[in-house]
Write a protein that binds this ligand. Structure first.
Ligand SMILES: [Mg+2]
Length: 123
């Protein structure tokens, strides 16, 4: 693997991957193809498709919709990662640094919701 061709395969080595790394890997993947990034509303539609796939699987597992006999069980982790992939695509296409954005959101919750729920008792 060269610097011009980043590893876009799954990380079976258990190594950590920051959101910034993930955005770079997604960008490397998409940059390999002439079509490049889809426009925003196409990416939004893709995101909703993937959320629908997660909803379908969750409804099969925990809701009221049993699977058909010939319907295979899907991997929840993969369904979540599909959603994350599209979020990374949207962030890249919009020039958003998700590491920074997530940090700001976590800080927002930390301060806004600090006393919203009963804390776990120590010991
Ligand atoms: Mg999916």
């Amino acid at each position: 693997m060269s610097a011009e061709e980043p590893d876009t395969a799954s990380r079976a080595d258990g190594g950590s991957l920051t959101l910034r790394d993930a955005q770079a890997r997604v960008d490397a993947w998409i940059s390999r193809f002439e079509v490049g990034y889809w426009p925003p509303l196409s990416n939004l539609a893709r995101l909703i498709e993937e959320v629908g796939e997660l909803a379908r699987e969750m409804n099969h597992r925990f809701g009221h919709k049993p699977k058909k006999a010939d319907e295979p069980e899907q991997d929840l982790a993969i369904e979540l990662a599909d959603i994350l992939f599209v979020l990374l695509v949207i962030a890249n296409e919009q020039g958003i640094d998700l590491d920074d954005a997530l940090g700001r959101v976590l800080e927002k919750y930390r301060t806004r919701d600090a006393e919203r729920w009963t804390p776990v008792r120590e010991g």
